[in-house]
Write a protein that binds this ligand. Structure first.
Ligand code: GLN
Length: 317
């Protein structure tokens, strides 16, 4: 039996529903703790006392607990979708414009850009996501429609949409993102007008999805780049591998080392309180709880994922 088959067989024997119930019970005291992101005014209104978790497996099962069907603002989780589109469009050329190293700085920090000549450290910090947005704008006549169609296809939910109120709330408060994008443009690493790049970026961050939507949508990263339902290629296996690697090393910002230590999975978080994690060749797990730790990752969500890999033994290590 191949090692992939052994992993799949092991996961098939796991009682994932009971694992999720146990996790929900254990993290209950943490739910509501931490700070809801308030620098985007519209997000400050989201109640903190929410917790949802969903698991989608490559053999087509779905498990969930708590508020797993409630839609929330996926924020930076969207950066994994946009990286997929940009990498498909540009291939290896993309790495001339954005790096692949953890930044060790906050996701919205300006400090490295000057020293590193406007080449953002990685595609998951805000500066990197602006460059990715610029690539998509240059490659696609209708960039937002393309992104939305991609996310709807991946999640199998045609109702996934963008919350215009969140997008405009972020635009109104987006001084730091505007500074970053202008700075990158000054180094010649944006081809499109800063306004257009920011508009796309704020809209991608304002995608509204639930844990079950996210768990389904990211199955292609667990499935070597193929759609779980049809088996069709979404992105080639080598690129899927690289996106997972970047999620492991950079997906939770300057907490990526601690996150790898605790959870041991490729993951991408957002300040809306969502985190998506990938167990390659087995499943995806999405979690949402809006209270954030000081690095901007969901407090209860990170603990829930720590418990998930500990209880199931499913991690990349
Ligand atoms: N839209 C947010 C911002 O640019 C995304 C940040 C995040 O989720 N970490 O600040």
């Amino acid at each position: 039996m191949k090692s992939d088959e052994i992993i799949l067989e092991t996961s098939a024997k796991l009682d994932i529903a009971s694992v999720l119930e146990e996790i929900a019970g254990e993290v209950a005291p943490l739910v509501g703790q931490g700070e809801v992101a308030s620098y985007i005014p519209r997000l400050a209104r989201v109640p903190a006392n929410r917790f949802g978790m969903a698991v989608a497996t490559l053999d087509g099962r779905l498990f969930s607990v708590g508020d797993a069907e409630e839609r929330f603002s996926i924020q930076s989780i969207s950066k994994a979708f946009s990286l997929t589109l940009a990498l498909e469009a540009l291939g290896g050329e993309l790495w001339k414009r954005v790096g692949r190293e953890p930044s060790g700085n906050a996701f919205n920090s300006l400090v490295q850009l000057e020293r590193e000549n406007g080449i953002p450290r990685n595609p998951f910090i805000n500066a990197g996501a602006h460059v990715i947005a610029d690539v998509i704008l240059s490659q696609t006549p209708k960039p937002l429609e393309t992104l939305l169609e991609f996310v709807r296809d991946r999640s199998g939910n045609a109702e996934v949409c963008i919350d215009e109120e969140v997008a405009s709330s972020e635009r109104e408060a987006g001084f730091r993102n505007a500074a970053l994008a202008n700075f990158i443009r000054s180094f010649g690493n944006l081809d499109n007008p800063v306004e257009d790049v920011l508009d796309f970026y704020f809209h991608q961050c304002a995608l509204q999805m639930s844990c079950t939507d996210l768990a389904r949508a990211f199955l292609y990263l667990a499935n070597e780049g193929r759609c779980q339902r049809s088996g069709e290629s979404v992105i080639n296996p080598e690129r899927a591998k690289r996106i997972n690697a970047l999620m492991l090393t950079c997906g939770t910002y300057d907490a990526a080392g601690e996150f790898a230590f605790r959870v041991g999975l490729p993951a991408k978080s957002g300040v809306g309180g969502g985190i998506i994690a990938v167990v390659p060749k087995v499943l995806t797990v999405a979690v949402w709880s809006p209270g954030l730790d000081e690095k901007g990752n969901s407090l209860a969500g990170a603990t829930a994922l720590d418990l998930f890999t500990t209880l199931t033994g499913l991690s990349v290590f």
